[in-house]
Structure formats: structure tokens, C-alpha cells
Design a protein around this ligand. Structure first.
Ligand SMILES: [Zn+2]
Ligand SMILES: [Zn+2]
Ligand SMILES: [Zn+2]
Length: 78
């Protein structure tokens, strides 16, 4: 089922972290209300009984980047 992914880039060289816009991760489950494969003909009250009505809890994704962040990189260049 679909969920949001929260991405926070962490820059190892300066320790700064930046949030990226949340990404929607779509599933292909027909019984998920948010899925692209969910039939448009499936509407409440049937849909509420047969399909997921909620997204999963957001996944936290924090890639560690071995570099300075864009701001520090800018400052270093002067
Ligand atoms: Zn889904
Ligand atoms: Zn449905
Ligand atoms: Zn930085």
C-alpha cells in the first residue's frame, strides 16, 4: 500500500541535514484507494469495505552524503 517517504539528506563533512520534499511511493494494489491501479468505479460505500483507506506510516530515509552541503560548498568557494 502507498506511503510517503521522508528524505533527509545528511552531509557528513559539515554535519548539516536538509529535508527534501516528501515523496509519494505508489503501490500497484488494486485494493488500495491511492494506487494508480485502483479502479475509478470503486467508490464508497464498497470501497471503504474492500480497499485500504489510509497510507502507511511514512518511511524515513536519511542518505549519508560524503560531501559538504550546498551552502557550505558555496562558502568554501568563497
Ligand atoms: Zn497503495
Ligand atoms: Zn476501492
Ligand atoms: Zn553544511
Amino acid at each position: 500500500m502507498c506511503c510517503w517517504r521522508r528524505v533527509q539528506n545528511t552531509y557528513k563533512r559539515c554535519g548539516h541535514a536538509y529535508d527534501l520534499p516528501d515523496q509519494m511511493i505508489e503501490c500497484d494494489n488494486q485494493h488500495c484507494r491511492f494506487s494508480p491501479t485502483h479502479p475509478s468505479t470503486c467508490v464508497p460505500p464498497v470501497c471503504t469495505e474492500t480497499c485500504w483507506q489510509f497510507r502507511q506510516f511514512p518511511q524515513q530515509y536519511t542518505p549519508q552524503i560524503d560531501a559538504f552541503c550546498p551552502v557550505c560548498e558555496e562558502r568554501r568557494r568563497g
